[in-house]
Design a protein around this ligand. Structure first.
Ligand code: HSE
Length: 319
């Protein structure tokens, strides 16, 4: 149903979606592996307009730094990519409520891009496959984050543990992670922008390092498929990217050690940082104990650190 407002015809029907945080890289899978989390998440609302993309509201943590200009905003760029691909003859008004602050390393821009593409595809009658929707969202990541990477938008839209098998041609695989895989997020109170964090990644690697990463990456996929939590713990290893970024996150190594000493399976830098991700076995350990220990480490060093004890998630959903 359409009602004229000013010179623009708008739909009365608002569609609302939740777009979750994600963790990417997961040790050896730089720009390849991703995992959807249950929380935190952004809420994106949209309704059809006659033409163009307009962002009428942005709220929540870090919203001051989020541009409303649709050519610079991840939600709008991704939504526009979907409208273009579907040949849509309408525009969208968007409201964005951030639950994931920018510069966190848990896919803040990825949730925006994923949510923007997801909601636009609903408005287009679900014309695009999940993989095509991911590609539209990845385009937004390319524009806003300093490089084409789909390892946050893929799990955000598809859920579970995702593997970007290839960027050209684009192919994503999604695996359901083991049910006992618990996740602790620890977010120290600093901001690391993905574009900056990508600048310190080595441009070349030795065959020896490549072999090490591939061994761990393939073992991690097998462990996710078979639900082997101990093997997940042993396979989340990265000797190329995390070491180059470690200086960007104070007390990263100490936090990882604290997590391990409280029974974690593995603890590592989340995406481009500063978030620290810890996996633990929910059937034998308590995530709160790990979260509190990391929080205390940062408090003892005069820094605030937010934590979430959460689970693997199923991706974007309509509310
Ligand atoms: N794979 C990307 C990176 C994710 O590590 O730069 C950014 O969140």
């Amino acid at each position: 149903m359409y009602a004229p407002i000013g010179c623009m015809k708008m739909s009365d029907e608002w569609i609302k979606v939740a777009a979750p945080a994600t963790t990417s890289n997961i040790g050896p899978g730089f720009d390849i592996f991703g995992l959807a989390l249950h929380e935190p998440y952004d809420i994106i609302e949209g309704r059809k307009t006659e033409h163009g993309i307009v962002i009428s509201e942005v709220s929540g943590p870090g919203s001051d730094s989020i541009p409303k200009d649709p050519t610079k905003n991840s939600v709008a760029i991704a939504a526009q990519a979907v409208l273009g691909r579907c040949g849509a003859d309408f525009g969208i008004e968007l409201k964005i409520r951030k639950g994931i602050r920018p510069g966190s390393g848990i896919g803040s821009s990825g949730a925006s891009a994923g949510g923007g593409a997801f909601i636009a595809n609903i408005m287009c009658g679900g014309k695009l496959s999940k993989q095509e929707t991911v590609l539209c969202a990845a385009h937004a990541e390319d524009v806003t984050s300093g490089g084409l990477h789909a390892d946050n938008v893929a799990p955000c839209i598809m859920g579970g543990f995702t593997i970007i098998r290839s960027y050209e041609p684009f192919e994503v695989i999604s695996i359901e992670p083991p049910k006992d895989l618990g996740v602790v997020l620890a977010l120290p109170d600093i901001i690391v922008y993905t574009a900056d964090s990508r600048k310190v990644v080595p441009r070349e690697v030795s065959i020896k390092d490549m072999t090490y990463q591939i061994g761990n990456a393939t073992a991690l996929v097998h462990a996710m498929e078979t639900g082997d939590l101990a093997l997940i713990g042993r396979s989340v290893k990265d000797i190329i990217v995390e070491p180059a970024r470690a200086h960007l996150v104070p007390y990263l190594k100490e936090a990882e050690k604290v997590a391990m000493s409280h029974g974690a399976l593995t603890s590592f830098l989340g995406g481009s940082g500063p978030c620290i991700i810890t996996f633990y076995d929910k059937s034998t350990h308590n995530g709160d104990v790990i979260a509190n220990a990391i929080k205390e480490l940062y408090a003892n060093n005069g820094m605030k650190c937010d934590t979430w004890v959460t689970n693997c998630g199923t991706g974007c959903k309509r509310l």
